[in-house]
Write a protein that binds this ligand. Structure first.
Ligand code: ZN
Length: 132
């Protein structure tokens, strides 16, 4: 399994890791298979969408409105970051992408976005490439 290191600067931040993942797939020399991306953190998420500055801002606004910080959550009595866990639940912890002709079979406007919901922190995305 490969790992991508991610250093976030903001409280909630979207990081495009498509380039790093493509590089790993190329290095593995897999022509046809699947690529699994997974986060082992409980306050991060991984999703696939368009890397456009307006949309990235919309996603942050959407998460803030859907799951506001300090919303009277039970977990906040422990470490005050229930909103980050709940955002992670909504975003999901993994994505699977087909590999075709040695490259990720992403659509034209699709990018792999790692979302830190409890930054700034040093994070890690796990990448497993399967195929031949
Ligand atoms: Zn917590």
């Amino acid at each position: 399994m490969e790992r991508i290191e991610i250093k976030t600067k903001g409280a909630t931040e979207l990081v495009d890791i498509t380039g790093e993942v493509k590089e790993i797939v190329k290095r593995k020399g897999v022509d046809s298979g699947i690529c699994v991306l997974f986060t082992r953190h409980t306050t991060t998420g991984i999703t696939i969408n368009e890397n456009e500055s307006g949309l990235k801002s919309d996603i942050l606004t959407f998460l803030n409105e859907l799951i506001p910080e300090g919303g009277g959550y039970a977990h906040d009595r422990i470490d005050n970051n229930a909103h980050a866990h709940l955002r992670s639940v909504v975003l999901g912890s993994s994505v699977t992408i087909p590999i075709d002709s040695g490259d990720l079979a992403l659509g034209t406007w699709q990018s792999i976005l790692f979302i830190d919901c409890d930054g700034p922190r040093r994070r890690e995305a796990c990448v497993k490439v399967i195929g031949g």
